[in-house]
Design a protein around this ligand. Structure first.
Ligand SMILES: [Zn+2]
Length: 378
């Protein structure tokens, strides 16, 4: 698989290349937008463009510098990712000896960086305890004053920069205030509100928007060898985020969709008390791996299907075609207007989760609201 180019985002990419060619690159960039729209991929591409052996500009993708940067193994490129030592990384054996060891944090970080090097669009699921520490940032400050070893400029990528605590933010602020000449800092985030305004104001912002559905579909087919039908269905529910499509196709994604549908059936079923059992179950799941956000995305895509089914649209537009009959049962109990308001409710609760509202509370409020709308409809 070739991951040596960016998916979509032509305007943003061109803007950065122009700045590079005209010698007016900023010392610090903040690449922000919904996750899965390519902030990390663009950061890596920019690092290549700055240091390509063929000269600054369009990265050749072939020289040793481009290849080392692609693998995140260039001596002048440093990548910082939030990590923790208290929980095993996704996919690791939770009981493995990694847990709790002092170097576990470093191991977790190495695993995350390897995943990023393999595919900058791979979905990251950070734990609640994953953070960037003040030591990380201090280390980068010291290192920043050393001249580049091989390249023209040192590049530091701080991914998910919103996961810096105050001490780390303040340490970074010092670097931003007086950046050494050859250093370029690239921060990425999909939670702008998690960054101190003093940091955002010192970075050149680059906004990455959602990818068009056709672009996600094309990427799934060409990069991930997905068959066209699956690619089309996954792109439709990706919300313009490639990582969401990849997540939905994974085993975990399939499991989450199943849970979302069970929740939907509970909400519109004849035994409302089951809602609370279901939410207890989901909250317990969430304690092990954060599932509430993807769960709400899946619930949202089911609601969009319900909406389609209440309009004159073709059934082929439905994403969860395997649940067609069950969804037809649900729309007998609910009007189009209530589905529309329900979609807004889910969006709103999703935002509250991003802002750290307790998942159990958020899910309960949501389920009761959605159920309540149905009761009003009856
Ligand atoms: Zn090159």
């Amino acid at each position: 698989m070739a991951f040596d180019h960016i998916i979509g985002q032509e305007i943003q990419r061109q803007r950065l290349m122009d700045a590079l060619m005209q010698g007016r690159l900023a010392h610090a960039y903040l690449l922000y937008g919904p996750s899965g729209t390519g902030a990390e991929a663009l950061a890596i591409e920019l690092a290549k463009a700055v240091n390509c052996a063929q000269g600054p500009g369009e990265p050749c993708q072939k020289c040793p510098s481009c290849r080392k940067i692609q693998m995140l193994q260039h001596p002048d490129l440093h990548v910082f990712l939030p990590s923790s030592s208290t929980k095993a990384a996704k996919g690791e054996n939770k009981n493995s000896e990694v847990k709790g060891r002092p170097d576990a944090r470093l191991e977790r970080r190495i695993a995350l960086i390897e995943s990023l090097a393999q595919d900058p669009y791979a979905p990251f699921i950070f734990n609640k305890n994953d953070y960037l520490s003040v030591d990380d940032i201090r280390g980068l400050r010291q290192d920043a004053f050393v001249k580049p070893f091989e390249g023209r400029r040192k590049v530091v990528i701080i991914a998910a920069a919103d996961r810096m605590n105050v001490a780390a933010s303040n340490a970074l602020l010092k670097t931003l205030e007086e950046p050494p000449g050859e250093l370029m800092l690239i921060l990425t985030t999909h939670r702008m509100h998690g960054l101190l305004p003093t940091i955002t104001s010192r970075c050149q912002p680059v906004h990455l928007g959602r990818l068009p559905e056709s672009v996600v579909q094309e990427a799934l087919i060409t990069r991930y060898q997905t068959d066209p039908d699956t690619a089309s269905a996954m792109a439709r529910q990706s919300d313009g985020r490639l990582n969401q499509a990849l997540q939905a196709m994974s085993e975990e994604g399939t499991a989450i969709r199943k849970e979302a549908f069970s929740l939907l059936e509970c909400i519109h079923g004849d035994h409302p008390l089951q809602i609370f059992e279901m939410i207890d179950h989901l909250t317990a799941m969430h304690r092990k791996t954060p599932v509430v956000e993807p769960l709400l995305d899946a619930l949202l895509s089911h609601y969009r299907d319900l909406f389609i089914l209440t309009t004159a649209s073709k059934e082929t537009m439905v994403i969860h075609i395997d649940r067609l009959e069950a969804m037809k049962d649900i729309i007998r109990k609910i009007t189009m207007e209530q589905i529309e308001v329900g979609i807004q409710d889910i969006e709103e609760i999703k935002q509250s989760i991003i802002k750290n509202v307790h998942p159990q509370l958020a899910l309960t409020v949501l389920a009761l609201r959605l159920r309540g709308r149905r009761a009003q409809a009856a």
